[in-house]
Each structure stands twice: as structure tokens, then as C-alpha cells.
Design a protein. Structure first.
Lengths: 518, 377
């Protein structure tokens, strides 16, 4: 089915998707979170009728608009890239994956685009109340769009609610609610949007801190910090909770990803959590060059078992356990990867046999082939691999992205708490070190957010759909030179736009809230 | 409700929904048409600002409709999505780049410190208006004239030429549709300016454009429509699913589906009425609604001609039997049913769009508003 596999095509297609997705993700979290921060500020304005709050709302709205535009620009490509660069994927799972994308357009994008025009231009055209509702609808619309795309992504991590149809050679949805309410999708959505709120809160706090340091717009800045820090603190706690749920869910549905981001090569009962660690360049246990040893690590005993199963003595499988087969805590036996590969090859061969039998109207042959396919379909994707260690994602990338994300997440909680303490004590103006720290936290928030996606997507490798379709089988059959050219075109265009965006933002921040939006 | 419909009925229902989205998209391309007229219609900085801001409050509707059209096609006819996007790589990439640069252009154009200068962002708008419309029209032309792809037994597709779909420009009938869309978008853009901007000069120049763009629009449209009705089309045998060429296929479709014929003619009349009345009457501003409504009807009926009545909506020139039909390219019965329930939201979406549009356009944009507005494009 995938004759003449061109590895450079796969690599460049992945590089392009990573480039465009990571560029898009620079802008999305700020949009998701800032929309609510603005809506809260405008609500305070409508309740208090204090024009200073209107000014505050309008200032953040200006920054929101600049960021939103480039988010839209970088977003359109992602929807179409599934077709242009991952054409086989689009057919193999389009029956399930297409629906959330369409719903996203119908339900969310129109809401966003309709009410964003009212939000920006409706101040003197519609009533205060209608305007406020519009602002809230922009926030709800943008977050709804996140819901649907994250449902789609959650399904790639943990495919549910479908069955394979050999006649069409694709997976077909058989339960919409399973897809929508899959625990993976729900956790992913909640974790992603709440982490986006943190980023937006850190952004607002950082920019406000700059004003306080410059001794301009101090009252405005303090007000903004209060709203952002309360918002950030509440959503941080929620992010911790959903992240914790995600971890428990990943250890069951994507144990390899879990083992990789914990750098756990050999599983054990009562496994310890590596809170901090630096990997060396030498091999870990000699089984695979991907699995590096640790230079040093600080481990919290039994914590990993507790995190994964709420039981400090539970067994957590490591990379080697998954490769060699293991029995999980529920007594379920997971066969070795070599066995899965064998079953996958049988499934692929059975599909070919089914098609051939159908062509010659051989109903008996077709039935037999279908039976064989069904029996082995669970590991269909494994049939594409020749070495069991091919199913291990990059351990160091998974490990670092996870630990940077979590570490920074904890740091932001501290930042929000300090903000509120210093504001409450009235001493924030004098805490220069803290204000500088707040400004420098902005890039850290972006780093944490991007790390989350690197973990989610790189940690899932080599799968595009967990266990069903390897990334290498998903690409469009086009020549790699085309993809190389578009990769660089995206790089140039998006970088050019990013430079403009940052420059415009900085200028607007310098202009400040007193001159309205500009 | 929907679960009791046959698979074919759902496929037809979804072809109709996609056609409706496609036709709304062409109407909303008045934004793109308007973008190619910024310097023609706006002779002073103030006038250009008025023109850009009039368009800037609507551009997202067009953009969102395009994205939703793509998403709906993916959900309802995934084989089209995978085959066309994955094969006609360069055509779609070119279209996408045209829209990427549009999305930032409004917001960044007049902002201080925008690095690349207002002219760059105006050029982005112009490129989007010129190439975006022509390329989309040309790509839709391949719905009638075919494209160079093959699909194997596992429904995996491959493009048969190294040009990634750009070879579609070699067929003038495709290009004629692209040029039709381009000039139509300019006509609609002019009608939109006449409707939404309070300025005698802008009104007069827009009116002049009705003739300048209207005549080439009619020439290309007539060429496209007449040739469509006399050419061979890609017919599908309802029993065997075998695709073959049929003389006068699209004319036959028009005769076989009289409702479509009525919609088509009503649409043509609507466009002409809106155009001619706006040109002849001195102060008439409502032409956009007739021409826009007519556009929706004409494009809608063209889509129906392409996909219904046992016709291949995406024919293959490389291998006739690889041609896509609404039956072999569609999603499963279950998915189409689920999506059909989602489609019930469309009237609500249209209702709030109309409501918001009316609230925002209750007063025309004038010089005074531009001078007092603090969020300007």
C-alpha cells in the first residue's frame, strides 16, 4: 500500500506541519485567554460605568486584534494541510476527523468572526449590553473552535468510536459521542485552554509590569494585574488538575509516550518520578541509542506510580516492558511489539486479500480475509515497522518538553500568588526585581505552551493515529521538492509576519492605553 | 430524522449544503473584488481608508466561509479533500498563500511600526483579490473539465502530472470561470461600496466600475455558460457506477432538473437587474442585494449541475474510472447523518450574521466616522 516510501518526503512533510503548527500556536493561546480577560474587564466597565475600565478594555482589545489577525493567517493553512500534505491520512480517517473540522467552522468560526466586528467597531453602533454580549461571544467562539480541533487531536491520540470498513479501506465513525466525550479529548481540551489562559495572564502581567517599572499608567497596570493574576491563579489550579488527569489517561492509552516523557526504560512497582534530570549523550541501558542515560536526576520515590494509578505501589511499564510485553495493573496482557508487528502484517495482507477477492467476486475468500483482518486490526499500524524500537518516540525530546512544561507551570503559580500578595500589600510598585521577573516570564509562558504541543505530538511518534497509522503511511504522494519549497515559503512568510506583529505590539504597548486603540 | 434517509439522499443533501457554502463564498468575494479597486475607487488617503475599512469589517465572513467550505467538504466528501488537496498541491498552496497574506493585511496596514509599510499590506490585499478569485474560479472549473489524478483500490490518490494542478490553466474554459469570478467580484465590490460608504466621489467611481468590470464579466460568463451547455460531460451509470462521456451532459442536467434551471435563470436575471439598475438610476444603492442574491443562485445551480443527476463532480482525465462522484467520495451514512444534525445550526448562524450585519451597517461609513474611530484599518 505504501510502495516507494520516500523518507525525505515524510521528514519534510513533518517539518512543514511542525513549523506551521508551532507558528500558529504562538498566537492561539493569547487569543483564547485574552478574549476572556477582555470580557471580564468589559463586564467590570459595564457594571461600574467607570470609563477607566473602558480604556483598559480597549487597550487590551487592540493587542488582542493584532494577535488575532496573525492567528487567523497561520491557522487557515493547518486545516488544508491535512489534505495537501497528509492525503492518505485524510482518506483513512477523514470520515471521523473531518466532522470536527466542519463543526468548528459552522459553530465557532462564524461566531468569532461575526461578533469580533461588533466588538471592535460596535462601541458607538450597538447598545452597551449588546456590545458586552458580543465580546463574550468572541471569547466563547474562539474557545469553541479550540474544542473541536482538540477533539480531533484527542482522537489521533486515542482513536475511539469507529470501525474499519474494508470496502472503502478506511475507518468510519460509529459513535459520535464517543469521539466527542472521549476522556482523552475532554482532558486535552480542558488542559489546553486552561494553559492558554495562563499564558494570556502572564502576558497581561508582564506588559503591566513594564508600565509600573516605567512609572506610567500605574493604576491601569495594577488593575490589569489583579484581573490577570486572579484569572491566572484559578486557571493554573485547573491546569494542574487536568494535566494530572491527562497523565493517568496517557499511561493507559499511550503507555509508550508516558514511559518516554518520564525517561522510564525499565518499569517497576512503586516507580519514582524524576522531578529534575539531565540526560547524557551515552546510551542508557544499551538496548537502543534513542534511550540515553541520565547525568543526574532527582527522583521522588513511588510518586510516578501514584501519579499514574493513584497507588504508590502500582506497576508502571517502561519502554523495554512495552517492547517485550507486560501485564498491566488490571491484569490485561500487552503482547510484545514483535507480536503486534506480526499481527499488523497479517491485517495489511488480509486487507489486500479482501480487495483481490472482491474484484474476482470470490465471496468465500473475501469473508475469510475479512475475518483475518478483524482479528488483527487492533495492531494494523504495527505492520509497517520492521524493528520494534521504531515505535519508541524520541525519549530526550519527550522528557525535556514534559519537564520544562510542568516546571514552568509550577513557576507561574508562584508568579500569580506573588502578584496578588504584592498588590494586596501595596508594595508591587517597589518590587523592581519582581516586575522584571514578570516581564521575562512572558517568553517562558510561550516556551511552556509550545513544549506541551511538542510533547503531545512528538511523544505520539511514530504514530499519526496511535497504533493504527504510522506517520510515514499518512503522507501525500507528492515529490519532496514541492514540500521543501513550501516549507521555506512558510518559514519566510510567517517569520516576516511575526516580526511585523512583534514590532506593532511593542509600539502599541509604548503608545499605551491613553491614546485609545490605534 | 436524518438516520432514516438513504445514503444517496444524505449525499445529495450534503452536496446541496456544500454548494450553498460555495455559492455564498463567491458572493462574499465582493471583499476580494473590492480589494483590487482600492486605488481605483479611493483617490485620496481618506477615501482609501474609507474603502479599506468598509471591506475590513466584512473580510472575515469571506475567510470563514472559505474555511468552513473546506471543512464541510472534508467531512462530507473526504475523498475529494484527500485527492484534490493532496494532488493539486500547487493550486491549493497558491490559494492558501493568497489568503494567509490577506488575514494580516487589514489589521497591520495602518498600524505604526508595521515594518513592511502600508503599501506592502495593500499589495497583499490586491494579490488576494486578483489571484485568490482567479485561482478559486479556475479550480472550480475542473469540476466540469476534469483533473489529472488517479485513485487506487485503497482510495489512495496520486496526481498524474508534475505540475500539481497548475496544468488546469491550459484549459481556457477553466480560466474563463476564474476570470468570471474575478470580474464578478469587482462588480459586487463596487456595488458594496455604493451601498455602504457615504461619499459622492466613491459612489461615482464605483458606478463607473460597474461598466468597466461588468462588461468583461458578462463576456467571460457567457463564454463559460454557453460552452458548458454544449460540451461533453462526465456521466455516471447509476447501476454500474461506470463513468463515461456524454454529449450535452450539463444541458441534459439542466433539463432533467427544472428547479435548477429556474434557479440558474433567476440568478442571471438577479445579477443583471442589480447591475443595470445600479448603473442607470442616479442614487440607487441596493444593487448589491440583487446581484449578490443572483450570484448565490447562479453558483449554487452550477454546483448542482456538477454533482447531481448521476454526474461526476470531480472527473479524472488521467483515468476516467477514478472520477469522483458524490457516492464514491462521500463519508459514511453515520457521519453524514451526524453532520446533518449539525447542519440544522446553519439557519441560526445565518440569522445572527444578518442581525449583526444590520446592526453594524445601519449607518453608512462616512468621513466623520473615520476621523472619530479609534480602531482603524
Amino acid at each position: 500500500m505504501i510502495e516507494n516510501l520516500d523518507l525525505s518526503l515524510v521528514d519534510w512533510s513533518r517539518a512543514q506541519f511542525a513549523l506551521t503548527a508551532m507558528y500558529h500556536w504562538i498566537f492561539v493561546p493569547l487569543t483564547l485567554g485574552m478574549a476572556f480577560i477582555i470580557a471580564i474587564m468589559e463586564t467590570i466597565y459595564v457594571k461600574t460605568n467607570d470609563p477607566a475600565w473602558k480604556k483598559t478594555t480597549k487597550f487590551w482589545m487592540t493587542l488582542f486584534g493584532i494577535n488575532f489577525a496573525i492567528g487567523v493567517a497561520t491557522g487557515i493553512i493547518l486545516e488544508f494541510e491535512f489534505g495537501t500534505n497528509w492525503s492518505n491520512y485524510s482518506w483513512f480517517v477523514g470520515d471521523i476527523f473531518g466532522a470536527p473540522l466542519a463543526i468548528e467552522g459552522i459553530m465557532a468560526f462564524f461566531m468569532e468572526s461575526t461578533f469580533i466586528a461588533v466588538m471592535f467597531f460596535g462601541w458607538n453602533k450597538v447598545s452597551k449590553k449588546f456590545h458586552l454580549i458580543s465580546t463574550w461571544l468572541v471569547a466563547i467562539g474562539s474557545n469553541l473552535s479550540a474544542l473541536w480541533i482538540l477533539v480531533a487531536n484527542g482522537w489521533m491520540q486515542n482513536p475511539v468510536g469507529m470501525k474499519f470498513n474494508p470496502d472503502t479501506a478506511r475507518n468510519e465513525m460509529d459513535n459520535f459521542w464517543d469521539v466527542l466525550f472521549s476522556p482523552t479529548a475532554v482532558n486535552k481540551f480542558l488542559h489546553t485552554i486552561s494553559s492558554a489562559y495562563i499564558l494570556a495572564a502572564v502576558f497581561v502581567i508582564g506588559v503591566s509590569a513594564w508600565y509600573i517599572l516605567k512609572k506610567t499608567n500605574v493604576v491601569f497596570a495594577k488593575r490589569s494585574i489583579v484581573v490577570a493574576a486572579v484569572f491566572g491563579l484559578l486557571t493554573s489550579l485547573f491546569t494542574v488538575m487536568t494535566g494530572d488527569n491527562s497523565a493517568r489517561e496517557i499511561v493507559r492509552d499511550q503507555p509508550m509516550k508516558f514511559a518516554a516523557f518520564e525517561g522510564l526504560y525499565n518499569g517497576s512497582k512503586g516507580a519514582g518520578l524524576v522531578a529534575l534530570g539531565i540526560m547524557s549523550t551515552s546510551e542508557g541501558d544499551g538496548t537502543n541509542e534513542n534511550m540515553k542515560d541520565f547525568h543526574f536526576k532527582i527522583e521522588i520515590p513511588n510518586m510516578l506510580s501514584y501519579m499514574a494509578y493513584l497507588d504508590g505501589n502500582a506497576f508502571v511499564p517502561g519502554v523495554n516492558d512495552i517492547i517485550n510485553g507486560y501485564t498491566d495493573n488490571d491484569g490485561e496482557i500487552h503482547p510484545p511489539v514483535t507480536e503486534k508487528m506480526e499481527m499488523g502484517r497479517k491485517a495489511i495482507a488480509a486487507l489486500k486479500a479482501y480487495k483481490a477477492a472482491k474484484k474476482t467476486d470470490d465471496t468465500v475468500g473475501a469473508k475469510e480475509a475479512e475475518k483475518e483482518l478483524k482479528a488483527n486490526f487492533k495492531y494494523f499500524g504495527y505492520g509497517y515497522f520492521s524493528d520494534p524500537y521504531e515505535v519508541v518516540p524520541s525519549v530526550s525530546i519527550s522528557f525535556y518538553s514534559f519537564h520544562i512544561m510542568v516546571g514552568l507551570g509550577m513557576y507561574f503559580i508562584l508568579l500569580f500568588v506573588l502578584c496578588l500578595v504584592y498588590i494586596y500589600k501595596g508594595s508591587v510598585v517597589n518590587k523592581k526585581w519582581f516586575l522584571r521577573m514578570a516581564i521575562w516570564s512572558i517568553p517562558l509562558a510561550y516556551l511552556a505552551s509550545e513544549c506541551g504541543w511538542i510533547l503531545a505530538e512528538m511523544g505520539r511518534q511514530p504514530w499519526v493515529i496511535q497504533d493504527l497509522m504510522p506517520t510515514m503511511a499518512a503522507v501525500s504522494s507528492i515529490d519532496s521538492m514541492s514540500v521543501i519549497i513550501t516549507f521555506f515559503l512558510f518559514l519566510i512568510v510567517f517569520t516576516g509576519l511575526l516580526i511585523a506583529e512583534i514590532k506593532i505590539m511593542l509600539k502599541q504597548i509604548k503608545i499605551g492605553p491613553n491614546h485609545g486603540g490605534n | 430524522m436524518f438516520e432514516n434517509l438513504s445514503h444517496l439522499a444524505l449525499q445529495q443533501y450534503w452536496w446541496i449544503i456544500d454548494s450553498l457554502l460555495g455559492s455564498l463564498l463567491v458572493f462574499l468575494m465582493f471583499v476580494q473584488g473590492g480589494q483590487t479597486l482600492i486605488y481605483r475607487i479611493g483617490k485620496s488617503e481618506l477615501e482609501r481608508t474609507m474603502v479599506v475599512n468598509a471591506l475590513g469589517r466584512k473580510w472575515e465572513f469571506t475567510f470563514t466561509t472559505l474555511v468552513t467550505f473546506g471543512g464541510a467538504m472534508f467531512a462530507s466528501f473526504p475523498l475529494f479533500y484527500s485527492t484534490s488537496f493532496g494532488g493539486a498541491y500547487w493550486v491549493w498552496m497558491a490559494i492558501l498563500f493568497c489568503f494567509i497574506i490577506q488575514a494580516v493585511a487589514y489589521e497591520f496596514r495602518s498600524k505604526p511600526n508595521n515594518v513592511w509599510g502600508a503599501k506592502t499590506f495593500e499589495a497583499f490585499l490586491f494579490i488576494n483579490g486578483l489571484l485568490g478569485t482567479i485561482l478559486i474560479g479556475t479550480a472550480v472549473g475542473t469540476f466540469f473539465n476534469g483533473a489529472e489524478f488517479t485513485v487506487n483500490d485503497f482510495n489512495q490518490s496520486k496526481w498524474a502530472t508534475p505540475y500539481g494542478g497548475l496544468e488546469a490553466v491550459l484549459n481556457f474554459h477553466n480560466v474563463a470561470l476564474g476570470l468570471t469570478v474575478f470580474f464578478l467580484a469587482r462588480v459586487l465590490g463596487s456595488l458594496y461600496f455604493m451601498n455602504s460608504i457615504e461619499s459622492d466621489q466613491i459612489f461615482a467611481r464605483s458606478k463607473k466600475q460597474l461598466l468597466v468590470s461588468g462588461i468583461p464579466f458578462l463576456v467571460f460568463f457567457l463564454f463559460f455558460a454557453v460552452r458548458l451547455l454544449i460540451m461533453d460531460g462526465f456521466a455516471v451509470d447509476a447501476q454500474t457506477s461506470i463513468v463515461s462521456m456524454e454529449s450535452f451532459k450539463y444541458l441534459h442536467n439542466l433539463i432533467a432538473m427544472p428547479v435548477v434551471a429556474v434557479l440558474f435563470l433567476a440568478g442571471v436575471v438577479g445579477v443583471l437587474f442589480g447591475l443595470v439598475k445600479s448603473y442607470l438610476l442616479e442614487k440607487y444603492t441596493k444593487g448589491i442585494w440583487f446581484a449578490g442574491g443572483g450570484t448565490v443562485l447562479v453558483v449554487f445551480s452550477l454546483f448542482l449541475l456538477a454533482g447531481l443527476n448521476n454526474t461526476s463532480f470531480y472527473p479524472s482525465l488521467a483515468d476516467l474510472q477514478s472520477s469522483l462522484t458524490i457516492q464514491n467520495a462521500s463519508s459514511s451514512h453515520y457521519t453524514l447523518t451526524a453532520m446533518s444534525y449539525v447542519s440544522l445550526m446553519v439557519p441560526f448562524v445565518i440569522a445572527y450574521i444578518v442581525w449583526a450585519w444590520r446592526a453594524m451597517n445601519s449607518k453608512k461609513i462616512d468621513a466623520q466616522e473615520i476621523s472619530s474611530e479609534d480602531h482603524l484599518y
